[in-house]
Design a protein around this ligand. Structure first.
Ligand SMILES: *Cc1c(COP(=O)(O)O)cnc(C)c1O
Length: 423
């Protein structure tokens, strides 16, 4: 039934490693193979075999408005006719920077880049430069893109010096990355007792979205803010997912925490390749050409990406975030109810327009808890939902995403599919 996708995948594997340009897409974790997508509109994807799916991945969160939103498409079409890259400043870069600055209290200045990876990498360089320190604290299970210093494997213990999480990363590069369990205030404090004087920054997803959905426990973000302040380290919020999603003003607005630097991506590009990092003026002004910290990009501030991002933010500003949060909560709760009534031990937490599917009864606070979840049940659920036209992320370590384009009918159809799942 997925004949064309299967054929394209076979072809792809000859010329693209693993047949995909980003590993999770391969669907190996769930004993499946990828769907090749031909087109998308609203919350629907259409695959190469002309089968339609309700999309809860949304380009990993980027498409909060849904696909091919008319105002974004119109802005893009107009931008194409003005040329696709200048390698020189353009008006929309300023407008998008102003929009981000106005929305996020911690972002006094912002620089555009081309991916979240690049943004996180550059924010880290800046934090190290302004503090003159090398060590960073990273939380186990948080993802900050694939730059070397962030590819530290899950080690345990507070001051564990990590080993590389992948071949090709020199041990020296991750030697300064200290790993702490998410939501573990004690462990973060202990880390600062030992290494506070050498720590440049703490980087965190303020709501973890790359190990499933894990909200911060009360006091966690506050503790990170006060620890970093006390020890002269910077607090970096990686809001690549949460920015413009958990609130228009991101997690920093929702939780009332003022980070020193913020990493952005996904939604701010409206579906085009983009990232950005920003923060306090006194730090951002140390970037070249104002300051000494080098950072650059041929396609940074690309006019197409700026046009799509700007149209996206302008549209989002008019929409009701409380309403999408309530609809997501009700949907996730019913999804959990249905699965439990069918005998599955599962929990489906939600926050804003994000939800998690954890096949476990244990309270979920960090990656260790998530590793205890029943992977076989997830795989079975994934494949049965996909066969019924429901597209969820092909990994138990990802977060469900809802868009403003999902209707009550889409939720009802998804819940009906869940009712037909055999555990
Ligand atoms: C997706 C993501 C990144 C990486 O962004 P890319 O554009 O894929 O490089 C970084 N941080 C977080 C929190 C993300 O979810």
């Amino acid at each position: 039934m997925d004949d064309t996708s299967k054929r394209l995948f076979t072809q792809a594997r000859q010329v693209i490693p693993g047949g995909v340009n980003s590993p999770v897409r391969a669907c190996r974790n769930v004993d499946s193979s990828p769907l090749f997508i031909a087109k998308a509109a609203g919350c629907r994807l259409t695959d190469a075999d002309d089968r339609e799916y309700i999309d809860f991945v949304l380009s990993w969160g980027a498409m909060l408005l849904g696909h091919a939103e008319p105002s974004v498409s119109a802005a893009l079409r107009a931008a194409v006719d003005r040329g696709t890259s200048y390698g020189a400043p353009c008006r929309d870069e300023v407008a998008l920077a102003e929009e981000i600055h106005a929305a996020l209290p911690g972002v006094e200045m912002v620089r555009m880049v081309n991916s979240g990876t690049e943004a996180a990498m550059s924010a880290l360089r800046l934090a190290r430069a302004v503090t003159g320190r090398d060590k960073i604290v990273k939380f186990i299970g948080c993802y900050h893109g694939h730059a070397d210093p962030f590819l530290a494997a899950a080690g345990s213990g507070v001051s564990t010096f990590s080993i590389p999480g992948t071949p090709g990363v020199p041990a020296a590069v991750t030697a300064d990355t200290m790993l702490v369990p998410y939501n573990d205030i004690r462990a973060a404090e202990a880390c600062f007792v030992t290494h506070g004087g050498q720590t440049a920054a703490v980087i965190a997803e303020p709501v973890a979205g790359n190990m499933g959905l894990v909200p911060p426990v009360p006091g966690f973000l506050e503790a990170l803010r006060s620890l970093t302040r006390t020890h002269g380290a910077l607090l970096i919020f990686d809001e690549v997912i949460t920015g413009f999603r958990v609130a228009y003003g991101g997690a920093q607005t929702r939780f009332g925490i003022d980070p020193d630097l913020t990493v952005l991506g996904k939604i701010i590009g409206g579906g085009l390749p983009v990232g950005a990092f920003g923060g306090k003026k006194r730090y951002m002004e140390q970037l070249a050409p104002e300051g000494q910290v080098y950072q650059a990009g041929t396609l940074s501030g690309n006019p197409l990406a700026m046009a799509a991002g700007l149209a996206t933010l302008r549209k989002l500003k008019t929409l009701n975030y409380n309403a999408i949060e309530e609809r997501t909560r009700a949907f996730a709760a019913e999804l959990g109810q249905i699965m439990r009534s069918r005998g599955a031990a599962v929990q489906t937490p939600s926050l804003a327009s994000m939800f998690g599917i954890f096949f476990s009864e244990k309270k979920i606070r960090n990656l260790e808890d998530i590793k205890q979840c029943n992977q076989a049940l997830f795989t079975s659920f994934y494949n049965q939902m996909r066969a019924q036209g429901i597209y969820i992320a092909p990994s138990a370590f990802e977060t469900g995403m809802v868009s403003f384009a999902h209707t009550d009918g889409d939720f009802a159809k998804t819940l009906d599919a869940a009712r037909a799942v055999r555990f």
